[in-house]
Design a protein around this ligand. Structure first.
Ligand code: MCA
Ligand code: AMP
Length: 511
């Protein structure tokens, strides 16, 4: 059996000089440098700790921590151990974690120390055997225990189809689903991106994305590791701090909100981008105004690409020539990716027509964790994955995304499923019914807005409702505005006409 553990492939790409700097933690109080040897040894010690627990094969290891270089080591350790990494947004609260942990049944959970008081009982109550803590200051029981273990470890033998990670995503409809990604899915996509985006020795990645989504964890980290490139690492995105370090970097990856916030920094100049060769943008629609403003301000053209948790990266604007990158498009299919636009009967449409985007390729996931019917629903009979995005291809195969067939809001790169927020809202005292929609927002691209009808005789207060929601769900899902209407607009079938609400509140956040 040939070793196809992703860690083995990443490790093979480490530079010969293991004492060279791999990661510089840029927002730690004192300068903190991690060599390639540190990454290898640190992840080996954590992997040995995991191995010592003798977990059942394919155990899920759920991680609900702040971003840190040690959290990256934990991810690498899970790969090495051959178990399945399950990243969770640190903003998720008890009700959200209850669902993920109940559904994925992780054998091990790692959480922030300040959350242990509620994550511990929740996870133990749902059958998790081991709960450790990890903070972003290199403390916590995970590292304490790992320190007792040897600093070398042979990665578990894994095949390309073996699971490496489960990433929960709002998917197309219904409750969050766990997209199962294999070692082969992740490695093939990483190799394609390294090649396609011209990764070279000497590149320096500026990493400021969260570590619990595909963009920050896989697209950015794998590219740097596979490129043997140094990373300037920010645990938090601070536009001023990132712009200040741009002169030392060559590649940056971000969501549109990050670019608009950097544009608001007067220090963003062509000189500040001196050595930069690539700015990648994705996860949410990039406004042509931002694309143009970035070019004007920095002399660089953003490279917009498109992907999903279920498929990894699918399309990319050209790397070269830079002036072939087009605002409002997400480029062409990456090598190995099949891309078509189909009508609602599944028939491929000619260039220029709008339809559902369907894809095939080595990055396409292995199915939704414990949801075989949902998996089957999202594939056509000839095994194309239905993305739920609507788009149009031109004669050259350049894709333009024009909307989504599913009711989903993307705010600042985070996906929010309106039905979930409506469910929580409707449980709050005084609320008879609600409709949650996304409307344009200058910072987040789209903002979550709730329109409510009060129960007869009830007095509802926007701030109190927002506070009620905030106590239960992640902050980014909480509507930026809650608006009261005497009734919701409905069509003849009684269905809420969300398009009318989106239209009515289009300008709610316009300057
Ligand atoms: C934070 N807040 C938000 C968002 N982020 N509200 C709406 N949308 C958001 N995205 C709220 C918080 O709830 C909080 O509210 C307040 O803003 C400050 O929170 P903080 O954490 O300090 O926010 P921030 O640091 O300013 O975060 C903004 C951000 C972040 C850096 C743009 O949202 C972010 O990192 N987004 C990237 C997400 C990402 O990686 N997406 C990739 C997934 P309050 O003050 O009221 O409590 S998509 C993917 O992986 C696919 C495959 C792909 O194509 O890439
Ligand atoms: P998720 O898999 O939950 O992380 O989100 C994937 C979704 O993000 C896709 O289905 C698209 O709707 C959206 N997305 C990703 N990249 C882009 C992009 N460049 N432009 C528009 N939407 C995007």
């Amino acid at each position: 059996m040939i070793q196809q553990n992703l860690y083995a492939a990443l490790r093979a790409a480490f530079p010969a000089d293991l004492d060279a700097i791999a990661v510089e933690a840029a927002d730690s109080p004192e300068p903190l440098h991690y060599t390639w040897r540190d990454l290898d040894r640190g992840s080996a010690m954590i992997a040995n700790l995991i191995d010592s627990l003798a977990l059942p094969p394919r155990s899920r290891i759920a991680v609900h921590t702040d971003k840190s270089v040690e959290a990256l080591m934990l991810y690498l350790a899970v790969l090495r151990s051959g178990h399945v990494y399950l990243p969770l947004n640190i903003a998720y609260q008890a009700a959200e974690l209850d669902y993920f942990i109940g559904h994925a049944e992780p054998a091990m959970v790692v959480c922030a120390r300040r959350h242990f008081g509620w994550v511990g009982p929740l996870a133990f109550g749902l059958g998790t055997k081991h709960v450790y803590t990890l903070d972003d200051d290199r403390s916590g029981t995970l590292l304490d225990r790992a320190a007792l273990h040897a600093d070398s470890q042979a990665p578990a033998l894994r095949q390309a189809a073996d699971l490496a990670a489960i990433v929960y995503t709002s998917g197309t409809t219904g409750r969050s689903k766990g997209a199962m990604l294999s070692h082969g899915n992740l490695l093939s996509n990483a190799r394609v991106l390294k090649e396609h985006w011209g990764w070279v020795g000497g590149d320096v990645l500026m990493h400021a994305l969260p570590l619990f989504h595909v963009h920050g964890l896989f697209v950015a980290c794998h590219a740097a590791l596979l490129g043997g490139s140094r990373t300037i690492w920010f645990n938090r995105f601070d536009p001023r701090a990132v712009v200040a370090r741009l002169p030392d970097a060559t590649v940056f990856m971000g969501v549109p909100t990050m670019y608009t916030r950097m544009l608001a920094e007067p220090s963003l100049t062509p000189e500040a981008c001196g050595l930069m060769r690539l700015f990648v943008c994705g996860s949410a629609p990039l406004r042509p105004e931002t694309f143009e403003a970035w070019r004007e301000r920095t002399g660089h053209t953003l490279l917009e690409r498109y992907g999903m948790s279920e498929t990894l990266m699918l399309t990319s604007n050209p790397y070269r020539p830079e002036d072939a990158r087009r605002a409002g498009t997400v480029g062409q299919a990456l090598p190995g990716v099949g891309l078509r636009v189909c009508d609602d009967k599944g028939r491929p449409l000619p260039a220029g027509e709008i339809g559902g985007i369907e894809v095939k390729g080595p990055g396409v996931f292995q199915g939704y964790w414990r949801m075989p019917e949902k998996t089957a629903d999202e594939f056509t009979t000839d095994l194309w994955f239905k993305t739920g995005d609507l788009g149009t291809l031109d004669a050259q195969g350049t894709l333009r995304i024009v909307g989504r067939s599913r009711d989903l809001i993307i705010t600042g790169g985070y996906n929010v499923y309106p039905a979930e927020v409506e469910g929580y809202l409707n449980e709050l005292p005084g609320v008879a019914e609600s409709a949650v929609v996304g409307v344009p927002h200058p910072d987040f691209g789209e903002a979550v807005v709730a329109v409510l009808v009060a129960a007869p005789g009830a007095r509802v207060d926007e701030a109190a409702l927002a506070a009620g929601l905030k106590a239960r769900i992640a902050g980014f899902k909480v509507p930026k505005r809650l608006l009261l209407l005497p009734e919701l607009p409905r069509n003849a079938m009684g269905k809420v006409q969300k398009n009318l609400l989106r239209e009515q509140y289009r300008a709610l956040f316009s300057a």
